[in-house]
Design a protein around this ligand. Structure first.
Ligand SMILES: [Fe+2]
Ligand SMILES: [Fe+2]
Length: 606
């Protein structure tokens, strides 16, 4: 997923009210438009029918343009963003200069380059202008390559003195503001434009949705998985969808030839290889997981079994299969959460995302170093391209022999949300449905393990929509330790990557109810803040919350100096081991690199 000047992305759309640019008004689109989404889906289906796999993988922009029917071309050229204006206007499309002739419609529809540019860092947007009479204006898709930064739209009246009114703005989450220095050009990003040229300053800017830049990606859209499903179960992963003391969710994958799934399990203490007792058997729910742009293995079966009425603090051995005698996998094991207060350890990792092979080495190093660690928290950006199953297949392949024996506790990063909704994430992980009712189920959730509360939030969505629920969880718990897990950091390790909505909505609750640690990701660096309260450094962890950012994959960003930084590292991928000790009520936190070398350490004492 691309970024604007940097990759800070947080869905702020819900928190944007109408801006204070008074003369303008906007209302939701009500008309009936042919859908770009359906058109693109139709083109993809037609391409799959009429081209070979080899052609699809290497299809070029000119080939795609030639492939479009006149009707498809018209929809892609007109229906991406539409609105009505009350007076004749000059419409300026600020087009990412890197894209050259993509999209086709700018020139075709008579937009002319004016020579004016907006430059910001390495990015340059060139102005293309066309006059429209009062009435309907329709603009086309961002780019058939899906690359570059989404174009911006600026409006000026053709007749001096006219006041522009914009109505029926579609999609409905777009907003209007004045085009000036310091403006946020996107409704879903916190980035700002500083260098607005005089020719455009004071015009009406339509703030667009940066996530829509891939809406019409038809080049480089087809993928091939190296790890197609077979009849033998793989990608076996343990998560919790309910109480960790008494339940266990087990998920796995097969080809669609396998129509059902079962888990065979028993207590490890009762398992005797030479004199086996009959294990219990639980049926799985079997669902299709479809990825239309995957050229091989488009549909697989995901099987999910939730074991319940388990005994707390107990190790079980299990195997999954199709129910036939010869169909069982090798034994693996899981352990339920303890009933009372017991010491335990867990692993936390930031973004895996890039270099999943290398990440695989890191997670196996973590498992070898600390086989006693009970479960693995991942704070989002687990993969790079969340809508592409081949990326997930690579993740699961590299996690083989880890997540079938230690529970994965995932949070959603921006990269899970490729294309908008994190569909593959939601369809692949069974998670608690105890999150805020204001957002989609499973995107945020909480659970208690031993004497600790874990609140997993979705920082891609409105933070405000999760605040009330967060307060309920924090205020109602009796847990000694409180951990918040989410992707976009409250205190960034980089420059200008802060996430103000997280700070204003969640940090005051972390302060009020004394969350011990915030486990975050996104910034591709390592950061440990001083204990913080009220956005100030405080003297110890008894009063303050420590905010961690880490990265477990291979992409690294530079680090800026901040007064909240107690320790930072750049270019080091790490895993963290958190040891909750009961005697003395201590938490010992240690960060290790891929070679197992200790890179950071601190202790919280209650
Ligand atoms: Fe990331
Ligand atoms: Fe991220």
């Amino acid at each position: 997923m691309k970024s604007f000047f940097r990759s800070a992305r947080i869905a702020l759309a819900l928190s944007f009210g109408l801006c204070s640019f008074a003369p303008l008004w906007v209302q939701a689109h009500v008309g009936n438009h042919p859908s770009v989404h359906d058109t693109v889906a139709g083109i993809i289906e037609r391409m799959k029918k009429e081209m070979t796999a080899e052609q699809l993988r290497e299809v070029t922009l000119p080939q795609v343009e030639k492939f479009l029917t006149a009707k498809e071309r018209e929809i892609l050229a007109n229906e991406h963003i539409t609105f009505k204006v009350n007076v004749p206007v000059h419409v300026t499309v600020l087009h990412d200069a890197k894209l050259a002739n993509d999209p086709f419609w700018l020139v075709e529809r008579g937009f002319k380059a004016t020579g004016v540019s907006v430059k910001e860092g390495k990015n340059q947007f060139d102005a293309w202008e066309k006059d429209f009479p009062a009435g309907e204006v329709g603009l086309g898709v961002h780019a058939l390559t899906g690359s570059g930064n989404h174009y911006l739209i600026s409006l000026a009246p053709q007749n001096a003195g006219d006041k522009i009114q914009v109505i029926d703005l579609y999609p409905g989450n777009l907003r209007l503001t004045e085009f000036r220095s310091g403006v946020e050009p996107y409704v879903d990003q916190i980035d700002v434009l500083h260098n607005v040229p005089v020719e455009l300053a004071g015009q009406t800017l339509i703030q667009v949705d940066s996530e829509r830049e891939e809406d019409a990606r038809l080049v480089n859209v087809f993928r091939w998985t190296q790890y197609p499903a077979t009849e033998k179960p793989d990608q076996i992963v343990l998560t919790w969808s309910d109480d960790p003391k008494t339940t266990q969710a087990i998920q796995w994958r097969t080809s669609t030839n396998v129509k059902k799934g079962f888990v065979s399990f028993q207590k490890k203490s009762e398992f005797n290889r030479f004199n086996p007792r009959k294990p219990a058997k639980a049926a799985a729910l079997t669902a299709r997981l479809e990825t239309p742009t995957l050229l091989n293995d488009q549909v697989v079966h995901r099987h999910t079994a939730v074991l319940s009425s388990l005994e707390p603090g107990t190790t079980y051995v299990y195997s999954v299969g199709d129910g036939s005698d010869g169909g069982w996998t090798e034994l693996a094991e899981f352990t339920t959460a303890p009933a009372g207060t017991k010491p335990f350890s867990f692993i936390y990792m930031g973004d895996a995302q890039n270099g999943l092979d290398r990440w695989g080495s890191l997670v196996h190093q973590a498992f070898r170093a600390r086989p006693d660690a009970a479960f693995y928290v991942m704070a989002g950006d687990i993969i790079n391209r969340g809508a592409e199953r081949n990326d997930w297949d690579s993740f699961f392949y590299n996690a083989t022999d880890i997540y079938d024996r230690r529970q994965l506790v995932p949070a959603i990063g921006n990269h899970e949300c490729q294309g908008g909704r994190p569909r593959l994430y939601l369809e692949q992980f069974a998670l608690p449905k105890n999150g805020p009712t204001t957002i989609e189920a499973k995107r945020a959730y909480s659970f208690e393990y031993g004497n600790a509360l874990f609140v997993v939030l979705d920082s891609n969505l409105s933070a405000k929509a999760q605040t009330q629920w967060l307060e309920e969880k924090l205020s109602q718990t009796k847990a000694t330790w409180k951990f918040a897990v989410y992707h976009h950091p409250a205190y960034s390790s980089g420059g200008n990557r802060d996430n103000p909505e997280v700070r204003t909505e969640w940090v005051p609750l972390f302060d009020k109810y004394h969350v011990d640690l915030a486990l975050q990701g996104h910034d591709h660096a390592y950061l440990r803040t001083y204990p913080m309260k009220g956005n100030q450094r405080v003297k110890d962890t008894k009063t303050g919350t420590v905010y961690i950012i880490s990265v477990s994959g291979t992409k690294h960003y530079s680090q800026a100096a901040h007064d909240y930084t107690e320790f930072g590292m750049t270019n080091v991928s790490t895993f963290q081991v958190l040891d909750i000790q009961i005697s003395g009520n201590r938490l010992v936190y240690r960060a290790y690199d891929i070679d197992g070398k200790l890179r950071d350490e601190f202790v919280i004492e209650k």
